[in-house]
Design a protein around this ligand. Structure first.
Ligand SMILES: [Cu+2]
Length: 504
């Protein structure tokens, strides 16, 4: 309906213009061409002047009126360290081009008015003027040099490789999301190779044989990027399909994500999301309800978030690449990243699969994680009354196949266990061996017995006193899973520690 009305309005306007033209033509015939021509020229010259005034007043007025919604003005000050420099570049450029724009437009329209055609007035023909040529070459050259040199200085400053400590993360754009990678405890990102890309198991093409890959955190299709305040952040920016652009408007960060050509941007956030919201609160327009229809709506400042936007038209769902960027204190960041680092991508998705180059090894990070887990299982077993809790499955105790000899990999778990036993000298414990159902029952029974015995011997050698420990073998009599599958049998072949008494 609105479309139809707009169409009719334009149609009417067209008709009116045509009609005015006809009337003017008729009037010209009646009054004589020249006189009408002169009247037209006068009218148009005055209209030009009116246009100039309205245009300048509206243009400059709206810029001032809306300045608080523009980056760099009002509440939208830069949230990064270098952002102020970029804002100042913009302001210098705006100043020079603005001044020139206003002056040239006043002159342009004023001249069309002042030098409009008049009876008896003749234009001067001026083929060349050296002074004028020099002025309009030198002035722009000086201004341009100032702007370009200033821009280069700022650019080199911003694009310099960071000195000292920094956090490096990686953003990989694709239609239509971002995969974000954080380094693990080593603070280093693993190398990638596009030949290793596999949509199902390795969407980023990470080289799993690189030890730096073990603890990398991958947020696939990340809905949020969290970064610590007052920390230099270097973002590696890449793309897997078409051109994207990594744009953080509030931080004045903007860089193309180019397939096959890694780019980067270094910046330092200086305002946390919470601080930024508090600042917005000082502006009345930000205190309006976020959902005007909803009486319980929060105010706009409360809903504010920094955003990551793709600033390159990359396809039909280009808009869907918008993400939240949260700047938090260092403590909050530590908490967040520790939680993510507790389940790195490699350990949760690649470990033990055919793509795992470290099959059969026990990794340092796994030992560390197991030590933490074992400690908590051990303390729980001491405090709990339930028999289930009192029995701890010694997950990382392994034997050579078909023999009772301990595999070297078991060392870490058993050393931790002996430490715990030393730390809690009132705890007595029983070691319990189990096998799967394959093979002769009696042999399994004696195998389980000697395996438990070997574990006990290891602990005794570590200095645990003999009167605190005992060992027993159960053979295949106590399966915890079905013996029909290989995984089930693997779970059934196990050694346990049962806390017997905690005579405090
Ligand atoms: Cu995009």
């Amino acid at each position: 309906m609105t479309g139809l009305i707009i169409f009719l309005i334009f149609l009417l306007l067209g008709v009116i213009i045509v009609q005015i033209g006809r009337v003017t033509e008729l009037a010209a015939k009646i009054r004589g061409e020249e006189e009408v021509e002169q009247q037209n020229t006068d009218r148009q010259a005055k209209m030009m002047m009116l246009f100039l005034v309205v245009f300048l007043v509206l243009g400059i007025g709206s810029a001032i009126y809306y300045k608080d919604v523009m980056l760099g003005y009002g509440p939208l000050v830069s949230a990064s360290e270098h952002g102020g420099d970029i804002d100042s570049l913009f302001n210098w450029t705006l100043f020079f081009t603005g001044v020139v724009f206003v002056i040239t437009h006043i002159l342009l329209f004023w001249f069309t008015y002042k030098y409009r055609s008049m009876p008896g007035r003749k234009a001067i023909f001026q083929p060349h003027n050296n002074t004028l040529e020099i002025i309009w070459t030198v002035v722009p050259a000086v201004v341009m040099t100032f702007l370009v040199v200033n821009g280069l200085v700022v650019w080199n400053d911003i694009m310099a490789e960071p000195e000292g400590d920094y956090l490096e993360i990686e953003a990989t754009g694709y239609q239509f999301a971002w995969d974000v990678r954080y380094p693990g405890a080593d603070n280093k990102l693993a190398t990638k190779n596009f030949r290793l890309i596999d949509p199902a198991t390795n969407p980023l093409g990470i080289d799993w044989s690189d030890d730096k890959a073990i603890d990398d955190v991958i947020l696939s299709g990340a809905d949020k990027i969290v970064i610590p305040v007052d920390t230099t952040v270097r973002v590696r920016i890449t793309s897997k399909d078409v051109l994207h652009n990594f744009y953080l408007p509030h931080f004045r960060v903007k860089m193309d994500a180019v397939p096959g050509l890694p780019t980067f941007f270094v910046f330092k956030p200086i305002t946390t999301t919470k601080e930024f919201r508090q600042n917005l609160k000082n502006y009345p327009e930000w205190r309006e309800p976020y959902e005007p229809e909803d009486p319980d709506s929060k105010e706009r400042w409360e809903m504010f978030d920094y955003e990551l936007a793709c600033a390159e038209l990359c396809g039909k769902s280009h808009y869907a690449m918008k993400r939240i960027v949260e700047v938090v204190t260092r403590e909050e960041y530590e908490e967040w990243i520790n939680e993510k680092q507790s389940k790195p991508y490699y350990l949760t998705t690649i470990r033990g699969t055919e793509n795992d180059p470290r099959k059969g090894q026990l990794l340092d990070i796994e030992k560390k994680m197991r030590n933490v887990e074992l400690t908590s299982e051990f303390t729980k077993a001491m405090e709990s009354e339930s028999l289930d809790d009192k029995i701890i499955n010694l997950k990382n105790v392994f034997y050579n196949t078909g023999s009772a000899n301990l595999d070297n990999k078991s060392q870490s778990e058993l050393d931790k266990l002996s430490q715990l036993l030393a730390q809690f000298p009132n705890v007595n414990a029983e070691l319990r061996g189990h096998t799967d159902s394959v093979g002769d029952d009696d042999l399994n029974f004696s195998l389980s017995e000697s395996r438990a015995g070997n574990v006990m011997q290891y602990l005794l050698n570590k200095g645990v006193s003999a009167d605190r420990l005992s060992s027993v073998g159960f053979g295949e009599t106590q399966p915890i899973e079905s013996n029909d599958s290989a995984e089930g049998r693997e779970s059934n072949r196990r050694t346990e520690l049962r806390i017997i008494s905690n005579s405090l």
